[in-house]
Design a protein around this ligand. Structure first.
Ligand SMILES: Nc1ncnc2c1ncn2[C@@H]1O[C@H](COP(=O)(O)OP(=O)(O)OP(=O)(O)O)[C@@H](O)[C@H]1O
Ligand SMILES: [Mg+2]
Length: 415
């Protein structure tokens, strides 16, 4: 088919609509196929350093600059000639032509190679390539075919520049959005911290009054009720711990650091939560080794309690909650598969339940402060857990599926 004005205009408008490297490759590939006898087209793009060439995937819809192999120009006399000559280079038979890289030729099965320089502002930016392969044999381009290819090549240069700029802009916008989301979530935590600190401050003072009043009761007159009083005092002590926690959430600091035995912490947490569990909910504790971490014991208990209470809410009246403590050594590859993960040796606590699971789309949102699906939830539980884990230089991940339930894993740097 001969090159018509319509074909040139159509190609030009198709190129205008391209938004990615993949689009450009598809548009150009289709135009070459329609107007020549060649089936495949590609673009070799010269790097600004004048030494390297990128050849984006020929037809890939996902072609991108980053995923493109970069090869040195000097290894290929043909590419060098295009880059410096600025005129079309036709290699009739790549198998015998001295200018071709024979390793590439053997790999791709090239026969005839047609290269059209892509020139913008007097500089050769790359080359539109096409040609025949293997059994197709030698297919020398006719004058018409060569003309069509030169026109396509001249249209490609500005389109490539535009797509590159678009891709850079989209990358920058995405980065901006990610940052904005992170900032908003930080601001909410900050705000809640200030609110929490205010409430906690008053609560702390009131609890001190209650404790003093309880202390002033004469225990010798209580008889059997002395136990009840002891329980109440213990609970209030615990409430003061919690209030203290809230204060710290506002202050962004944590309490004293000590070596915390996680197996023992998990056992204490279970004891604490057990009274609020329905009778048909079982809690199992498993551990491998006795990993310990350098941390704030009260905070870690608070984090664990939050996870166990969430598991309790998830299983409902009947189910199973498992707490596992072990040590996990992550290499860079396994770390990249864990939310927020990095390589290292960690003490790990996993809290799993056989509840309904969390839909994939919501698995990131559950960590947002104020996100809750419970009628009386605050949506602060997991935000607090995240904060505590971060303060311990660890990370918190979630695995969940509808049939297997949910597992939250705390990774804390092992001592
Ligand atoms: N183990 C779990 N199984 C299923 N969904 C969960 C689980 N843990 C958390 N979620 C979901 O994440 C949401 C947020 O949890 P988060 O602990 O932050 O707040 P909350 O439990 O709703 O409120 P609060 O902790 O104040 O009681 C929950 O409302 C729930 O939808
Ligand atoms: Mg919760």
């Amino acid at each position: 088919m001969a090159l018509s004005v319509e074909a040139v205009l159509k190609h030009s408008s198709d190129l205008q609509q391209a938004r990615s490297l993949g689009d450009l490759m598809r548009v150009t590939g289709a135009a070459v196929k329609a107007l020549t006898r060649y089936r495949v087209a590609w673009v070799a793009w010269f790097d600004d350093d004048g030494k390297h060439v990128r050849i984006p995937a020929m037809t890939g819809a996902h072609a991108s600059w980053e995923s493109t192999p970069v090869i040195p120009r000097s290894a290929d006399a043909m590419l060098e000639e295009i880059a410096t000559g600025g005129h079309p280079v036709v290699v009739t038979d790549a198998r015998i032509d001295p200018r071709t890289n024979k390793e590439q030729v053997a790999r791709f099965g090239n026969r005839t190679l047609v290269n059209i320089p892509i020139i913008l502002g007097g500089r050769v930016h790359g080359a539109l390539g096409t040609g025949s392969f293997g059994d197709e044999g030698v297919v020398e381009p006719t004058t018409e075919e060569l003309e069509a290819l030169v026109v396509f090549g001249s249209q490609l240069a500005p389109a490539f520049d535009r797509v590159k700029a678009l891709e850079a802009q989209e990358r920058a916008e995405k980065q901006n959005r990610d940052l904005q989301g992170h900032l908003e979530s930080l601001q909410r935590v900050e705000l809640m911290g200030v609110l929490a600190a205010g409430v906690a401050h008053d609560l702390n003072n009131l609890l001190a009054v209650v404790l003093m009043s309880l202390d002033s009761i004469d225990r010798s007159k209580l008889g059997d009720d002395a136990d009840a009083l002891a329980d109440a005092t213990k609970a209030i002590d615990r409430m003061r711990d919690v209030a203290q926690q809230l204060l710290q959430l506002g202050r962004r600091e944590s309490g004293p650091r000590a070596t915390v035995d996680l197996v023992q912490k998990v056992a204490t947490t279970i004891e604490l939560v057990k009274p609020s569990l329905p009778p048909a909910v079982t809690v199992v504790q498993q551990h491998e080794g006795t990993p310990s971490v350098d941390g704030d014991a009260v905070q870690l208990e608070q984090a664990l309690a939050n996870l166990v209470i969430n598991a309790r809410d998830a299983v409902g009246v009947q189910g199973r909650i498992t707490l596992q403590v072990d040590e996990a050594v992550l290499d860079p590859v396994s770390a990249s598969k864990v939310r927020g993960g990095r390589a290292g040796r960690f003490a790990r606590v996993r809290v799993s339940d056989d509840g309904p699971g969390i839909p994939l789309a919501l698995q990131e949102r559950v960590f947002d402060p104020l996100y809750t699906t419970k009628p009386t939830g605050t949506g602060l539980g997991l935000a607090v857990v995240s904060r505590i884990v971060e303060q311990h230089h660890g990370f918190l991940s979630v695995d969940s599926s509808p049939d297997a339930g949910t597992c939250f894993s705390m990774y804390l740097p092992a001592t």
